[in-house]
Design a protein around this ligand. Sequence first.
Ligand SMILES: *Cc1c(COP(=O)(O)O)cnc(C)c1O
Length: 374
Amino acid sequence: MSPVIVPFVDLQEQYERIRADIDTAISSVMHDGAFIRGKYVTAFENDFAHAYGARNCISVANGTDALFVCLKSLGVGNGDEVITPAHSWISSSEVITQAGAKVVFADVERDYYTTDPLRIAEKISHRTKAIIVVHLFGQPANMNAIGAIAHENGLPILEDCAQSHFAEVDGRRVGLYGTAAAFSFYPSKNLGAYGDAGAIITQNDAFAKKAAAYARHGADTDNKHDHKIEGMNSRMDGIQAAVLSVKLPYVHQWNALRRLHAAFYNELLDSVEEVETPMERAGAFHVYHIYQIRCRRRDSLRRFLAEKGIATAVHYPVALPFLTAYEYLGHKAHDFPVAYKSQSEILSLPMYPELAGNQQRFVVDAIKEFYRTG
Ligand SMILES: *Cc1c(COP(=O)(O)O)cnc(C)c1O
């Protein structure tokens, strides 16, 4: 295999550009010994809430914990069902089982990869306790329709914003539609730490209090030895918080660059009939965590690109209902036809803010060569 010429993401390149500020921030945490909670974590919670326009931000150890803490704070437990998309990362479903409830998958919209409102409506039962919506790849879900269904059935929406920091639809940020939203700051996300980190945002103060208590061993916010309930230990560390506070002001610029790169890929791929470029929902500000194409002979194309030194990925090779972990649910391909068909057609091309135009040309030239010669 050739050396990597176009990586899938390039975190070093970004670090080099902001190195002085990052190194200073990390030294300050070391100097102050503020390793767990403390002023850097509080500062980031305030910065993120403010930047997002959210009333409350509760930092946690990672995005999966953020989802789990939200489900527990919504009172999800034994005997309940929670609806979640058939096409996502497993965090969006495993937290339901961890909370003691039953995972109910709903198929996604072919063009947008987010849950189809009609499929959600079909899956609602008297046991349904909540709806998890994932703004997958940076594309906002159909919040108008899903919001109406949730409202009609008196169900809370939990937004999984792990891939959609600052995405918008109809002029409103994702994460501000539901009762609460979960964010991941895994290093390669649109806003990424240098390790694991996550957060919950909510406009609901009572929910915020519950979530904060649950993530801090069930302790009262003002008295860490007053445990009203059992909870868990999920906390962001000071170094990650300091890194995130340095990176936060850049996120709009980075999202704008991702959008520009997406538009350039679209233009370059326009003439390639074997490739379908990603759609943007009307009224959406897609933030392209992932630039996803549908293509013919996906696996051969992927190997061909790898030989040229182009790194690609598949998000995800097996849709959630068809994973071994969910065999016990007994789902068949025709239960989720859209998610099933997507899994063999989708391919994620290199996408990160620092990606250069000549790298994108190199990627698309290779794709064209594959279809011309293959
Ligand atoms: C990354 C991701 C998560 C989980 O985040 P972690 O910080 O890795 O736990 C949850 N949902 C989706 C859709 C993700 O992409």
